[in-house]
Each structure stands twice: as structure tokens, then as C-alpha cells.
Design a protein. Sequence first.
Length: 325
Amino acid sequence: MSGRAVAAAAVPLADVVRGDLVESVHLGHVVVLAPDGAVRLALGDPEVVVWPRSSLKPVQAVAMLRAGLDVDGEELALACASHSGEPGHLDVVRRVLAGAGLGEGDLQNTPDWPLSADAAWQRRTDGYAPAPLTQNCSGKHAAMLATCRAAGWDVAGYRDPAHPLQRAVVATTAELTGAPVDHVTVDGCGAPLLSTTLVGLARAFGAIASEGDPASPLARVARAMTSHPWHVGGTGRDVTDVMRAVPGLVAKDGADGVYAAGLPDGGAVALKVLDGSARPRAAVLAAALAVAGVDPVLVAPVGATPVLGHGQPVGEVRATFGGAA
């Protein structure tokens, strides 16, 4: 990934409408895959190489299960999460660590406040400082530590790209996406971040969501996420709401304008907003899921993104394609 390659083929994905004028336009890339893997819709460049950010967490969780991680349910959902740092999230992170004979001091993710404004306010009021536990990736890091314990690997160096855990994540990412991992850097949480193509990210989510063997790591990840959507995000989060709205949907948001989702029939979507904004993601995701065959009525409330004037809706963020076009 070099220069401005991600911008070369980007197209308008969403209009920001205020009153009767388009005030702003968000550009980017979207791909929608049919159940057989064929490209149903491509806006921009489906082969664009991106940093998938936290949208890659379900793939990382598959790699961890393959390496010996023995969690399911809420604990596995937290491994896939960018959680809001609410008390129920933190309890599960502590449980994963305790199950591996570890504690909060073993976490190496970046100290931060909870994503939830209410939870962050409460932590400040109670006299706490930003901590790895409350950072949104602590579930993934706890699961990485537990995987190392299960596999007999070094715990202290788990973030090193050369560590067996991270090599396993690279191999699983290349396998499920069908794209080589050509670039590696450090994510905001401190773990290695791997590049992939947008269509590869969609392909991986379609595989996870449609896996037929209930005992396989892919199916376990899908079952954990769809059964515990609150643990994947949190109160008021669109990733939680969209999984509650669409039966069997596996969805994961990512920083800098990334989103991916897979359906039980193997269909999938992935998107990248060029300017990295989170503002249009829900509207674009809803439109893409409708193209993938989801009933638009189910996703319309999740995609609704009002533009406010004096605290009242005076417009909306509107996808430029699908039924919204």
C-alpha cells in the first residue's frame, strides 16, 4: 500500500443532506458478494488493499480457536469485540484472563477510557485512570493471552509479529480472505495489523457466517457473535443493533470507516469510507445489506442517521446506491 492508492477509484457512497441541499459527500469502496462468492455489486475498487482494523477480529478469533483457545459464548464474543467498556464487558474480560491464570497486568493493549460515554464518566468519577482493561480491544488481547497459555507459547511476547500466535493469525487471514497479507503494521491497540483486500474481507465474513459444521472454529465464532451481539459492541452501538435485527448476521465495525458483514447463506458485504469517518458507515452498511438480499425494513432503523439542526432532524445521511439512491 503506497501513496494514495486507496483514493484512486473511490466513488460517492453517501450524501449528507441538510435541508434541501447536499452538504457533504463521503467517498469510498463497497463490495457485495452473492452466496456463491460472485460479486453482486462493486462500487469503487473491490480489490483495493486496506487496513481492516477491528473488522478483522472475527478472523483473528478463528485463528485463536484453531491454536487451542477454549472459550465460547460471551467470552468468544468479547474476543471478536470492540466493546464499549461497560461493566458487563469488563467482567467477561476478567473472566477470560482468570481462566488462563492471568490478570489485568498481563494485558498489553493501549490504556484508554471506555468507548461508552456513560461508562467513561463513571470510571472518572470513581477515580480510575485510562487502563488496558477498559480499552475496546481488551477482549481480543485477553483471548490472545489465553491462546498462548493453551498452546504453551510465550505470553510476554504475544504482540510480536514473529510470535507463533501472530504467525497463525497471518495464515488464517490469508486463507479466509483468499488474499496475501502484503503489509503489516501496528494497530491502535498495539497488536499487529494485517492488510487485506476489501473483497477478501467480505469473503472471510461470508465463510464465517455460512460455515455448516457447528464444531468448526468458524461456526463457533459466528454462533458467539450472533448469540451475544451486545458483547461485540454495546449499548446503542450499530454493530449490536444490526446483528439483533438480521437473524444470523455476523457483522463487525472497524476504525477509519471500515465495516464487514456476512450472512448465513454465504453472502457478504465490506466497505471502506475514504476519509475514515464513522458517520456514513451505518447508512452504507444498511444499503449494502439490502443489495445482498436482506429485507430493507429490518436494516432501515440501523441505517437511519439524522442530520440535526438545533437538536432536531433537518436532513439525513443517505447512501447513494440501492433503494436509497
